[in-house]
Ligand binder design. Structure first.
Ligand code: CAA
Length: 256
């Protein structure tokens, strides 16, 4: 697929999506948001793709936020559109029925951290710096960060990050539960790929259901427990269930 602001490549079962605006620290302008949405939707609909790695070009930034240069002279109604477009991308990632892993290779700030927060798993390089500095611009996070950061680290830590606007380092992010793992910068890709490979050996149908049911628990209009009951029971009619259980009984590895 050809894009101007991102790079999309498929390597076997993995889609590698890289924001390629390194000189601007991979700031998310509207076109980048729109290209990321197209790429993620494509990854979701292509059956050959089983997982997505999302990262930023260069060694300095994952993404340093929404593109502040686009903010000048925006009216409030244009800002509603800007925020809704960002939300649509983040929701599409969060609801994708395939694992999306953020490789946080440097700064993940503002909308850049919100992008990582929408992913299912976050792996940070030991040099990463994470923060929601919007209050220093007279703004608040606008791509879901107020909600997703709070869900991940709890209200106290989330408020501290958002009210001070300060960055935290990768080790603190790990301690706070904001990232799953911290690895040396050169190991980022390989470590994430090894996590994906474990998931590729599991039932893709069950993986999609886990994501959907966990999300249902955070959806005020849904009932997470009821979603689990329905989803669990529906697994019983699936080919993946037949294969998984047969493989166990026949003492072999399942072939999903
Ligand atoms: N938007 C647009 N351009 C950005 C950018 C951003 N968010 N972040 C960095 N850049 C650009 C800089 O303007 C600079 O471009 P030029 O060379 O053309 O001047 C280039 O990237 C390199 O940046 P710096 O020279 O500033 O690099 P640095 O190493 O000195 O500092 C930094 C790095 C601390 C990350 C600093 O760039 C910074 O503070 N960036 C802004 C971070 C921020 O406030 N993010 C939140 C944005 S608002 C938002 O995201 C709202 C939302 O929730 C949707």
């Amino acid at each position: 697929m050809n894009f101007q602001h991102i790079d999309f490549r498929q390597e076997d079962k993995t889609a590698l999506v890289t924001i390629s605006r390194a000189k601007q620290l991979n700031a998310l302008n509207s076109d980048t948001i729109s290209e990321l949405l197209t790429a993620i939707k494509h990854a979701g609909s292509d059956d050959q793709i089983r997982g997505v790695l999302l990262t930023g070009a260069g060694d300095k930034a994952f993404a340093a936020g929404a593109d502040i240069k686009e903010f000048l002279n925006k009216t409030t109604s244009q800002a509603v559109t800007l925020s809704r477009n960002g939300h649509e991308l983040m929701r599409t990632i969060a609801e994708l029925g395939k694992p999306v892993v953020a490789l946080i290779n440097g700064f993940a700030l503002g909308g850049g951290l919100e992008l990582a927060l929408a992913c299912h798993i976050r792996i940070a390089s030991s040099q990463a710096k994470l923060g929601l500095p919007e209050v220093s611009l007279g703004l608040i996070p606008g791509y879901g960060g107020t909600q997703r950061l709070t869900q991940l680290v709890g209200k106290g830590k989330a408020l501290e990050m958002m009210l001070t606007g300060e960055m935290i380092d990768a080790q603190d992010a790990l301690k706070w539960g904001l990232v799953n793992h911290v690895v040396p910068p050169s190991d980022l890709r390989e470590f994430a790929q090894s996590l994906l490979e474990k998931m590729y050996s599991r039932s893709p149908r069950a993986i999609a259901q886990v994501i959907a049911v966990v999300n249902a628990g955070f959806d005020q209009d849904a009932n997470g427990m009821e979603a689990e009951i329905q989803s669990f029971s529906n697994c019983f009619g699936s080919a993946d269930f037949q294969e998984g259980v047969s493989a166990f009984l026949e003492k072999r590895k399942p072939d999903f």
